[in-house]
Design a protein around this ligand. Structure first.
Ligand code: MEV
Length: 314
């Protein structure tokens, strides 16, 4: 049984989305987590093999590992009484702790592979809910945007409500546009900046509520720019979002080096994407500027540069 799930980037609205503001997220189909389930020896139980994470473990020896817990929860939900003898092989080309949703993609691929192994047809919403539960347990206060964009595999508008269902809408994109994704190579687990923003918000709620409102304003304008195919408007909105993320306190010198390099080489706009403090940044490019922006990112120290063409789902 094989299944996969894409990576993701946040176009705009990260962090504020944890506090009920909208955000726009994009699946990254070219980088994926893949899971195969193969029969194990009788009596072997569930064994995970994840060479990209440098790990191999038995569910019984690490029952509180996030992926063990997720698997146990799925087996419980499926009404499986006896522990199966299976190997869950995990590979991924999404760098971990890079802001590209590697954890949620691996979890999603596991849910999909187990669902198909047990002949269950889960909707995107059901897959997303199972992954969210696991993310919530191990990452503090996730908004749910990562598991949602990865399970739906569409460009989405996401706004968290105090009670589900959250607002999840496919977004109109009048004209496809191209983003370059530059990896700082600095690994940063999302829960760390998310936790720090929460502490700052608790200390000074009115300042942070104001910043989050300003981010929401950018996200509404970005949605309009996408619907109208107005790339000239989108670039400055990305820049404005980056300025707000700097004020929120989740940028870093490495991210800003790449962002400045991209802008100087002709990108229409650039910002960090995801949790920040490391991980990736995105730059809006045109076909004629893509190559020079890519080279500028590499010269400024990007460890990897990906390109994605963003369009509405077919
Ligand atoms: C991470 O991709 C986006 C954050 O807003 C966290 C979250 O929404 O859970 C930083």
């Amino acid at each position: 049984m094989h299944a996969s799930a894409p990576g993701k980037i946040i176009l705009c609205g990260e962090h504020a989305v944890v506090y009920g503001r909208p955000a726009i997220a994009i699946p990254l189909n070219d980088v994926r987590a893949r899971v195969s389930i193969i029969p194990g020896a009788p009596g072997s139980g569930v064994c995970f093999d994840a060479p990209d994470l440098g790990r191999r473990w038995l569910i019984t020896s690490a029952p509180h590992d996030p992926l063990s817990e997720l698997t146990l929860a799925i087996l419980r939900q499926f009404g499986v009484q006896r522990m199966p003898d299976i190997e869950i092989a995990i590979t991924s080309d999404i760098p971990i702790a890079s802001g590209m949703g590697s954890g949620a993609a691996i979890a999603t691929a596991i849910v999909r592979a187990l669902a198909s192994a047990y002949g269950r047809n889960l909707s995107a919403a059901e897959v997303s809910a199972l992954v969210y539960e696991s993310e919530q347990r191990f990452h503090g206060t996730p908004s749910g945007i990562d598991n949602t964009v990865i399970a739906y595999e569409q460009v989405i508008w996401f706004q968290r409500r105090s009670e589900p269902p959250h607002q999840i809408e496919p977004i109109a994109i009048a004209e496809p546009f191209t983003l370059l994704i530059g990896d700082t190579g600095v690994r940063s687990a999302t829960r760390l900046p998310v936790g720090e923003v929460r502490r700052r918000w608790e200390r000074d709620p009115s300042r942070y509520e104001m910043l989050f409102d300003a981010v929401a304003d950018v996200v509404y304008q970005a949605r309009r720019a996408l619907a109208e195919g107005d790339r000239a408007a989108l670039g400055p909105l990305l820049d404005r979002n980056q300025a707000l993320l700097e004020e929120i306190g989740v940028s870093s010198p490495e991210l800003e080096r790449l962002i400045t390099a991209a802008r100087s080489a002709g990108a229409g706009g650039a910002k960090l994407s995801g949790g920040g403090w490391g991980g990736v940044m995105i730059a809006l490019v045109e076909p004629e500027t893509a190559q020079q922006v890519r080279q500028a990112l590499q010269a400024a120290g990007a460890t990897r540069v990906l390109e994605t063409i963003v369009q509405a789902a077919a």
